[in-house]
Design a binder for this molecule. Structure first.
Ligand code: NAD
Length: 341
C-alpha cells in the first residue's frame, strides 16, 4: 500500500515499486535529473529519457550546477507540463526539487530516492534547496513532489559507508519516536536484510506524521527531527562539508546530545548507553575526533537556526521513543559534553 504524506492540502504518495514499474508510472512529459554514478549504474532506467546529469557529491547542490540544469531545460524546450524527476540521493533530490520549484515559477516534481538517507528522510517533507558558498541549504523552498517512488533494490548498489550513513537517520526515528522500531532494528546492517522494507516504510510514516503536523517548520513539532543535528551540523561545518558524512556527524551528535540530556536530568543513562551501543554496532562513529575544538563547535551552534537570541535549543530524548524540543539549554552544559568528547 502506498503511504500518503499530507502537505497543506496537497497530499502526495510515497510508493515502493521496481524501477520498471516506476518508469511506467512517470508523467509522460518529463526530464530526469541524476548524477554520474546513477547514470553509470542504471543505464536501462535512463534509456530513452531526457536526462540532465550532474557530478556526484554535495558540490553539485550549488549555483553553478543549478544554472546549468535550468539552462539545459530551457534549451531543450521544457515547458510548464514537463515534470522534473530527481533520480538519486539527497543531493539530486534537493537540487532537482529546487529546479522544479523555480523553473517557469514551478513545474511538477517527482522524487526517486536511491540512497537510504533519501528514502527515509530527504524525499519526504517537501524541503528543496541548494547551498551557497556562505552556507548549506541557504537557498530553498517548500515544494511538494507529486509523487515519491522508491525501489529498495537500488540500495544494493550503494557503497557500504553510504548505507551506514542512512542507518543513522533510521535509528534517529527509533530514539525520538518509536521504541519498538529500536528492537526491530537490532542487527540490521545490510541492504539485503528482509526487514528493510518494513523499516523504511515505518520511517516514512513517522516522518510523514511530523511534517504533516508542521509542514513549514513553524510550530516546533518538526524541530524534534533535529535530534543529534545541532551538534552534528556543527561537526560538518567545522570539518568542512564532505569529510565526515552527514549520518556520521549526526551519529556523534546523537551520542553527545543524549549525554547532554542526561546531564540535564532529561535522558535516562540507559538510553544514552543504548544510543552509543547501537550506533557503534552499525559501524558509525560515536565520539568526536581527537583534536576537535569544542569552542569552534559551540561557535557554529550559536548560529544554528533553532537558536534564538543566542540561546541554544536541542531536541532531547526523554525516554526511548519520545523526545521534546528544549529551548534555553545552558551553554556550559553543552561545552561540558563537547569537552568530554
Ligand atoms: N530535503 C531534506 O529534507 C533533506 C533532509 C536530509 C538531507 N538532505 C540533503 O541530502 C543530501 C545528502 O543526501 P545523500 O546522503 O543521499 O547523498 P548523495 O545524494 O550525495 O548520495 C551519496 C552518494 O551515493 C551515490 N549514490 C546514490 N544512490 C546510489 C545507488 N543507488 N547506488 C550507488 N551509489 C548511489 C551518489 O552518487 C553519491 O556519490 C545533503 O545535501 C543534505 O543536505 C535533505
Amino acid at each position: 500500500m502506498d503511504l500518503i504524506v499530507e502537505h497543506e492540502g496537497k497530499p502526495y504518495p510515497v510508493a515502493f515499486r521496481s524501477l520498471v514499474q516506476i518508469k511506467d508510472a512517470l508523467p509522460t512529459s518529463r526530464a530526469v535529473v541524476t548524477d554520474e554514478n546513477l547514470a553509470r549504474l542504471y543505464p536501462g532506467f535512463l534509456e530513452g529519457e531526457r536526462v540532465v546529469t550532474v557530478a556526484p557529491g554535495e558540490a553539485s547542490k550549488g549555483l553553478a550546477t543549478y544554472e546549468r540544469v535550468v539552462r539545459e531545460l530551457a534549451q531543450s524546450g521544457a515547458d510548464r507540463k514537463t515534470a522534473i524527476v530527481g533520480f538519486g540521493g539527497g543531493v539530486v533530490g534537493d537540487l532537482a526539487g529546487f529546479v522544479a520549484a523555480t523553473y517557469l515559477r514551478g513545474v511538477p516534481f517527482v522524487q526517486i530516492p536511491t540512497t537510504l538517507l533519501a528514502q527515509v528522510d530527504s524525499s519526504v517533507g517537501a524541503k528543496v534547496g541548494i547551498d551557497l558558498p556562505e552556507g548549506k541549504n541557504l537557498l530553498g523552498s517548500f515544494w511538494p513532489p507529486i509523487a515519491v517512488y522508491a525501489d529498495l533494490g537500488t540500495l544494493r548498489t550503494l557503497p557500504a559507508r553510504e548505507f551506514r550513513n542512512g542507518l543513522a537517520e533510521v535509528w534517529k526515528y527509533a530514539y525520538i519516536m518509536d521504541a519498538p522500531l529500536a528492537s526491530a532494528l537490532e542487527g540490521l546492517t545490510q541492504p539485503g536484510d528482509p526487514r528493510l522494507e518494513g523499516v523504511v516504510r515505518r520511517c516514512v510514516e513517522l516522518k510523514a506524521e511530523v511534517v504533516g503536523e508542521d509542514p513549514f517548520e513553524r510550530s516546533g513539532r518538526r524541530a524534534i527531527l533535529n535530534f543529534g543535528h545541532t551538534i552534528g551540523h556543527a561537526i560538518e561545518a567545522v570539518t568542512g562539508y564532505g569529510a565526515v558524512l552527514h549520518g556520521e556527524a549526526i551519529a556523534i551528535g546523537m551520542v553527545l546530545e543524549a549525554r547532554l540530556g542526561e546531564r540535564l536530568g532529561i535522558t535516562p543513562p540507559e538510553t544514552t548507553a543504548l544510543v552509543r551501543r547501537t550506533l557503534g554496532e552499525v559501524g558509525l562513529p560515536t565520539a568526536l575526533r581527537e583534536g576537535s575544538d569544542p569552542d569552534a563547535l559551540l561557535g557554529v551552534m550559536r548560529r544554528d537556526k533553532k537558536a534564538t537570541q543566542g540561546r541554544l535549543a536541542f531536541s532531547l530524548v526523554e525516554t526511548l521513543g519520545t523526545c521534546k524540543l528544549y529551548h534555553d539549554v545552558p551553554e556550559d552544559a553543552v561545552l561540558g559534553v563537547l569537552q568530554a568528547g
